[in-house]
Design a binder for this molecule. Structure first.
Ligand code: MSP
Length: 669
């Protein structure tokens, strides 16, 4: 009989498609991915669900403003979410879109179960409605403002179907009391309990004023309330009404991860909807805090969003993850600053883990030809190696417990205590000095053996947060096993066998120049915020397009870092012959070129207009980056990039030429 693993089903909120994904959405999804990876290491059969919330007035209005259908709008933003999670290499198992047919079937089923039990009736609503929060506001603030978001509400009058929320007050309070960790953190639980004790009114669960939604099962005039729809997606995503086997296996969810602003929907409405339909309740709802920017919540409406891609593409995916989890105390708000990001990166990753790993591996090469030396027999172990081993065991226990409690910042802090202890161990034992004395070979071996074991502990424990870098270091240590299936509770000191061949030392987190890197990130942020491309703020001509995939982004080199030949060979450079060039109306720095690159003629938009007239470029042989992902500049598609030197303080572009005549399409090596 194959061993059956216990299951662990967790979800992120399904994100609205009225705005593109930003760092706030990324935060929740990265946290979910970290928990998923940790639980997989602990032997669970994990399912991580995320997705997009595509119905409702917000989306309807955003689409109208953009002049497209709501479905076309939803398709585009949902695609951006999927693409971003892929770029960040998040271990997502299920992705649900609320416009999928399976969602409608599931929502109808849940609703009809509640209706059959008598919890749904037809009524009439007249009052204020908050479009932003997609909810009726029974008691608006003075001036008709929504008490949640403080935005103006709108007067609506409509016939509705109601859900008998008022009947669930006692059952909900009983739930919170009997399962004290149903809502976490504790402060949030208290808020919800106070709200429910204050009394619950029936909830309108249909709309006639909105068209963009799932139709009411037997009354097409109505669409189903967007939150009833959205919450049900947690069930649809694992087969409710569609795939009974999956559904039975994974429901109820062990964890719904959410931001604190949507707690009431999850901790009050959702369990009530499920109780009414007699379906099992999720086990836990954890409401975390917000990333703030200059003390304000990062959000589309405030226009202060930061995006994850520039950080991931500049410092690497793992650096982004590390910062998000280390800097913010999970559950509380945290301020985002690029300065803090780069300080942490340099201190903890470049000088900390990255440096430690490359030093240890390099010394094993230098002193033992790349083969892990044997430890000195137990009896003669020096006290200091014993102390390091016991520190590793202590950190293991503490970090595991913190992970289990979702205290990621504390977990990382404790793992970095072991980084510091290992550094200190090397500083004290001075292997470089021992190496000079042939009589101290055994001691030198012991020191490096112990340091390597400790590094093995560090990376296994850091794996949920730094999946890519930890895997690389794991392999550098000569480990053949899969780091992702190490049980973090049972890491054995000494598991790394003497005689193991270690890999090449590699600096995974090159030091970043703060000013230069910060400027690069900012320029990329601008590019994302203004995808039409304003050449004055766009990166210089030879910087990769923002849409280019972050190949090997986990270890993407920081500024001025050395790359290997395999990285360089990913860039396809070809000779291009400019066949035609023209200006783009309204854009004075860019030109649209048609460039013959051998097998085909490409349209390329290049920021060359400050240096060349279109006529000057026609007939020129240029260097083209031929394998860049297409992107749009000022709405014009560009399929490649022209290489140019950026000269002077303005970065004036000067194109490259050839000493001899060369045919279009010839490859540059
Ligand atoms: N569609 C609803 C959720 C339905 S779930 C059944 C929704 N979508 S949203 O696009 O607005 O996403 C909100 C979630 O994104 C927050 O709950 C949080 O998880 C994440 N964040 C959005 N901005 C954030 C910050 N500034 N900081 C941290 N997380 C943030 O609400």
């Amino acid at each position: 009989m194959p061993e059956t693993k216990p299951k662990y089903y967790l979800t992120t909120p399904i994100y609205y498609v009225n705005a593109r994904p930003h760092l706030g959405h990324t935060y929740t999804t990265v946290v979910a991915d970290t928990i998923a990876r940790f639980m997989r290491m602990c032997g669970y059969d994990v399912v991580l669900l995320t997705g997009t919330d595509e119905h409702g007035q917000k989306v309807e209005r955003a689409a109208k403003a953009a002049g497209v259908t709501p479905q076309a709008y939803a398709d585009r933003i949902a695609g951006e979410y999927e693409q971003l999670w892929k770029e960040l290499d998040l271990s997502i198992d299920r992705f649900i879109r609320t416009t999928e047919p399976r969602q409608e079937r599931a929502v109808h089923r849940l609703l009809l179960q509640a209706k059959d039990k008598g919890y749904i009736y037809k009524g009439f609503y007249e009052g204020q409605y908050c479009v932003f929060d997609e909810m009726y506001v029974d008691e608006p603030l003075p001036g008709g403002l929504c008490p949640e978001c403080k935005r103006p509400t709108e007067k609506v009058r409509e016939e509705n179907y109601y859900f008998k929320l008022s009947e669930f007050q006692d059952r909900l309070l009983k739930l919170y009391e009997e399962q004290p960790d149903f809502i976490q953190p504790e402060t949030r639980r208290n808020e919800v309990m106070a709200f429910v004790r204050g009394g619950l009114r029936d909830l309108s669960v249909s709309r006639t004023t909105i068209k963009w939604g799932i139709p009411w099962p037997d009354d097409e005039k109505h669409v189903i309330y967007v939150w009833y729809d959205a919450l049900t997606s947690y069930m649809t995503g694992i087969g409710y009404g569609d795939d009974e086997v999956q559904w039975e296996k994974y429901w109820p969810a062990e964890l719904h991860l959410i931001g604190k602003e949507i707690l009431r929907f999850h901790a009050v409405y959702w369990p009530a909807f499920l109780m009414a339909a007699e379906e099992p309740l999720p086990k836990k709802i954890f409401a975390h805090g917000w990333w703030l920017f200059a003390d304000e919540k990062m959000s589309k409406s405030r226009g202060n969003m930061q995006y994850p891609q520039p950080i991931a593409r500049t410092l690497g995916i793992d650096a982004l993850r590390y910062f998000l989890l280390r800097e913010m105390v999970f559950g509380q708000d945290g301020n985002f600053s690029r300065d803090a990001l780069l300080t942490r990166y340099n201190a903890d990753l470049a000088n900390g883990l990255g440096n430690l790993a490359s030093r240890i591996v390099a010394m094993i090469h230098q002193y033992f030809g790349g083969v892990l030396p044997p430890p000195v027999p137990e009896a003669s172990l020096s006290q200091i190696a014993v102390a390091l081993a016991s520190k590793a065991a202590e950190v293991q226990d503490v970090a595991v417990q913190y992970y289990e409690e979702f205290k990621f910042s504390d977990a990382l802090e404790s793992i970095w205590e072991l980084v510091a202890a290992t550094d200190q161990f090397l500083t004290e034992k001075k292997p470089w000095a021992l190496a000079k004395d042939p009589a101290k070979q055994a001691e030198l071996g012991e020191v490096l053996f112990a340091a390597a074991q400790s590094l093995r502990h560090i990376v296994a424990l850091a794996h949920p947060v730094l999946p890519h870098a930890s895997t690389k270091i794991w392999k550098q240590l000569g480990e053949r096993t899969d780091i992702a299936s190490q049980d973090p509770k049972h890491l054995a000191w000494g598991a790394l066998r003497p005689g193991t061949h270690v890999g090449e030392a590699e600096q995974l987190f090159p030091r970043a120049d703060k000013k230069e890197t910060s400027e690069r990130i900012e320029a990329m942020e601008d590019e994302i915020r203004n995808p039409a491309g304003t050449p004055s703020t766009a990166p210089p001509a030879a910087t990769p397009a923002a849409g280019a995939p972050a190949a090997g982004a986990a270890t993407a080199p920081a500024a001025n870092a050395k790359i290997g030949i395999e990285d360089f060979s990913k860039v396809e450079l070809r000779v291009g012959l400019v066949k035609s060039a023209e200006r783009i109306p309204g854009a004075d720095k860019i030109l649209k070129l048609m460039v013959d690159i051998g097998e085909e003629t490409r349209q390329i938009v290049a920021g060359l207009a400050v240096s060349y007239t279109p006529e000057e470029l026609v007939g020129k042989k240029v260097v083209v980056v031929a394998n860049l992902a297409p992107r749009k500049l000022r709405g014009v598609e560009s399929n490649g990039m022209i290489v140019a030197a950026a000269v002077g303080p303005e970065g004036k572009p000067v194109i490259c030429t050839f000493a001899e005549d060369v045919p279009p399409g010839a490859k540059l090596k």
